[in-house]
Design a protein around this ligand. Structure first.
Ligand code: PLP
Length: 388
């Protein structure tokens, strides 16, 4: 049976071109980028070229890029790094209730260490309210962290307006751009972004490598101490092959960005239209227009998403319900409950995320199978009575 992978927001396969670019740095050019002999220098040059390329994708300078082990570490470093370096100035951080757990749980950890955190509500589409944000900023506020694109529902946050507001108030602005990096345009200068997180494995690069952009002049306290790598901001022997792969992945993604965005938007529009017209009591989660091209998130009354995922898996379709990170525990997704859904409604959700290798026929396959399976599950649904 042919497998149809539709979980690109969880991770992506490594592009063949990326794999090829990485190979030399795993055998003949395996040197340590800090070594002085020529093989080490070869590695250093490759890494610095990668830094330049990645910086250019967001209009940053190479010196503003700190390589990390992924998006999670970048988020942790942004929040803890800024908090620790600015604790004399204030102890207040503002974020939202729909952030990735790498941001929310880092904030919760900071709360245990004397910081105060405001978790902003969003509207029913998962959009942060600028007025509420403005009111929340006080003299004690040092950092605002709002994601660019939501990983579950695909909503694009108004980060340019948030950046402008933070700039006016003299507060640092961090954005988790893991789901938008190299998929929609980012300009850190125009958007007034001080810190930005990105991850390689969401853009057809290898797992275990990411970056934090730290605007020149923004001080962060390092979390990892040791050899003083990354200009003292993140110690540890550099993952040269991973970094080279990450840069190659960004190069391919930027080159194909416009074309790919158009293609995925067309696929998504068709999918959404067909599902919503063919299945009664079905809904779209997230914003109808302001969303990342490849994300469709549905909600079906009277059924459990988990059962739907398993039935889809039986016909070869791989998708998710709630967030991939929490798909093993039965707690409803914090994003879906934050946008106003009951736990039951949240459990009836299906996230389909498309990407580079998604074809029209894959979407037709979903359009063919989902209505049939939803109907089947509803026949035996114990939820029909007392559905809220
Ligand atoms: C995947 C993801 C992360 C975590 O990135 P890793 O590289 O897997 O650690 C953080 N934020 C968002 C929005 C994500 O989608």
């Amino acid at each position: 049976m042919e497998r149809v992978y539709l979980d690109y927001a969880a991770t992506t396969p490594v592009d063949p071109g990326v794999k090829k670019a990485m190979e030399p740095y795993m055998d003949k050019d395996f040197g340590n980028a800090s070594s002085l002999y020529s093989m080490g220098q070869q590695a250093r040059i490759a890494m610095e070229n990668a830094r330049k390329r990645l910086a250019a994708t967001i209009k940053a300078d190479p010196g503003e890029i700190v390589f990390t082990s992924g998006g999670t570490e970048a988020d942790n470093l942004a929040l803890v790094g800024v908090a620790m370096a600015n604790r004399k100035k204030g102890n207040h951080i503002i974020t939202s209730k729909v952030e990735h757990k790498a941001v929310i749980e880092t904030c919760e950890s900071l709360e245990k260490n004397g910081f105060r955190v405001t978790y902003l509500d969003t509207d029913k589409y998962g959009m942060v309210d600028l007025e509420q944000l403005k009111k929340a900023i006080s003299k004690k506020t040092i950092l605002v962290s709002i994601m660019h694109v939501n990983n579950e529902i695909g909503t694009i946050e108004p980060i340019e307006k948030i950046g402008k507001m933070c700039k006016e108030k003299g507060v640092y602005f961090h954005t988790d751009a893991v789901q938008s990096f190299c998929k929609i345009p980012i300009d850190v200068k125009r958007m007034r972004i001080d810190l930005l997180s990105a991850s390689s494995h969401k853009i057809y690069g290898p797992k275990g490598v990411g970056l934090l952009y730290v605007r020149d002049g923004v001080k962060i306290e390092p979390m990892l101490h040791g050899g003083g790598h990354e200009s003292g901001r993140r110690s540890g022997t550099e993952n040269v092959a991973g970094i080279v792969g990450f840069a190659k992945a960004s190069e391919i993604a930027i080159k194909e960005m416009d074309k790919e965005a158009k293609r995925l938007t067309a696929l998504r529009k068709k999918l959404v239209k067909q599902i919503l017209t063919n299945i009664p009591n079905s809904h779209l989660n997230g914003h109808p227009e302001k969303r990342i091209p490849g994300n469709a998130n549905f909600r079906f009354d009277f059924i459990e998403g988990e059962a739907l995922i398993l039935k889809l898996d039986m016909v070869g379709i791989e998708a998710s319900t709630g967030s991939a990170c929490s798909s093993r525990d039965l707690k409803a997704s914090h994003v879906l409950t934050s946008i106003g859904l009951s736990p039951k409604q949240a459990h009836g959700s299906l996230r389909i995320t498309m990407g580079r290798f998604t074809k029209q026929k894959d979407i037709d396959n979903v359009i063919r199978n989902v209505p049939r399976i939803v109907k089947e599950l509803r026949k035996f649904s114990p939820f029909k009575k007392g559905w809220d």
